[in-house]
Design a protein around this ligand. Structure first.
Ligand code: NDP
Length: 388
């Protein structure tokens, strides 16, 4: 019910794709573009991503075409409660453990958890991405972005390079993009872009800690648009982006590395060509499937270091897995401990991808490596468990 007392109707989904190696696990997305097809591809990808993490998690995804943008806290709360009133019968800490995704952050997870607890009368780790003082894990908000940068550092290391001094293009300005920017700055890289669905910022002087702090308040507290970034910092230029255009100008700047961290299909073949022509040596996908297949072909043909989302952005679900472990043990690890485990997991995923790519005759092809290694693990588990 909206604040005017009118009933609004949205459609919700939960895809339980595979529980071969653990409970279904994957995020919830609230965005007007959500439909069954998008959630099915995300759940399918999630199965193999989760298999790569080394943790016991199956794959799922869910969400709704509800748009939290412009809604009051009370409207968001009432929607989360309605959504959970149906979802609660399908999920549980040993059955299916949803998390956040686009449009679902700490606020939404809180409202969803509160309703689950009320309906079930139990306090369990049924959702991840919870706030710290009631079962969340340190580093969970940072995990996808940090993990993506750790993966990027591993890829560069295979060429004897580091992120220090590298100019980086980052898209998005949400959870993944913000923590990608944070870790890039910490490692001495120079990120020069960020975006939202209306347009993008290009700041040739680089987005530093102070500018990032402004962006985080703008997005997380005031829930504003990136356009305001250019109004605040004179070195930055704002360009509106129309998704119907032939290409996205964000990807048409001279740089070393690209971190697509907004949404699916945000790099088309023309964008991919622009990245190659501008001297990009590495593309590391913080978002899920941000590059269309023809774009991936261009990266591979030009021998870029290409880290596919199911490997590069697996840090988020990995720390969700660590949150489940801490909830089961009813204890909380330190920030340092979780970050170290995240770093080790990203290292291990990188190694697994490279080893599988080599074993199956496509050395250096992280996409083949990730797909094959994830697939083999799930299929072996299914065969072990018989026809059930
Ligand atoms: P957020 O909702 O926090 O941020 C999403 C960002 O992408 C916003 O800047 C948003 O702009 C922009 N965006 C969304 N849709 C579009 C669109 N159609 N066109 C252009 N820009 C768009 O989400 P997250 O940062 O959590 O997620 C980003 C990506 O990372 C998604 O692909 C998600 O599936 C993936 N991912 C997230 C994980 C996590 O832990 N959060 C884990 C693994 C993957 P606007 O504000 O205008 O909507």
């Amino acid at each position: 019910m909206d604040d005017q007392g009118q009933i609004q109707v949205n459609r919700g989904f939960r895809i339980e794709m595979s529980s071969a190696i653990g409970p279904y696990k994957g995020g919830l997305r609230f965005h007007p573009s959500v439909n069954l097809g998008i959630l099915k591809f995300l759940a399918f990808e999630q199965v193999f991503k989760n298999a790569l993490t080394t943790l016991p998690m199956g794959g799922g995804k869910g969400g709704s075409d509800f748009n939290p943008k412009g809604k009051s806290d009370m409207e968001v709360m009432r929607f989360c409660q309605s959504f959970m009133a149906e979802l609660f019968r399908h999920i549980g800490p040993d059955t299916d453990v949803p998390a956040g995704d686009i449009g679902v952050g700490a606020r939404e997870i809180g409202y969803l958890f509160g309703m689950y607890k009320k309906l079930r009368n139990e306090f369990t780790g049924v959702l991840t991405g919870k706030s710290l003082n009631w079962g969340g894990s340190l580093i969970r908000p940072e995990a996808t972005g940090y993990g993506s940068v750790y993966f990027a550092a591993e890829m560069l290391a295979t060429k004897g390079q580091t992120l220090e001094g590298k100019t980086c293009l980052v898209s998005g300005s949400g959870n993944v993009a913000q923590h990608t920017l944070e870790k890039l700055i910490e490692l001495g890289a120079k990120p020069v872009t960020c975006s939202d669905s209306s347009g993008y910022i290009f700041d040739p002087e680089g987005i530093d800690r102070d500018k990032l702090a402004f962006l985080m308040t703008l997005k997380n507290v005031r829930r504003g648009r990136v356009k305001e970034f250019a109004e605040k910092f004179p070195t930055a230029a704002y360009t509106p982006v129309d998704p119907a255009e032939e290409f996205n100008p964000l990807w048409n700047h001279k740089a070393d590395c690209a971190f697509p961290s907004a949404t699916q299909n945000e790099i088309n073949a023309v964008d991919a060509k622009h990245l190659v022509d501008n001297g990009i040596i590495m593309v590391c996908e913080g978002a899920n499937m941000p590059t269309v297949p023809a774009g991936i072909d261009i990266f591979i043909e030009h021998r870029l270091l290409y880290g596919p989302g199911k490997a590069a952005n697996a840090g988020g679900v990995s720390v969700s897995g660590l949150e489940m472990t801490q909830n089961s043990m009813r204890l909380a690890w330190t920030r340092e401990e979780v970050d170290n485990r995240l770093r080790m997991i990203m290292k291990s995923i990188h190694h697994t991808c490279l080893a599988a790519a080599e074993q199956y005759g496509t050395p250096g092809n992280y996409m083949n490596g990730a797909n094959i290694a994830g697939f083999v693990k799930v299929v072996d588990a299914m065969l072990d468990q018989g026809v059930v």
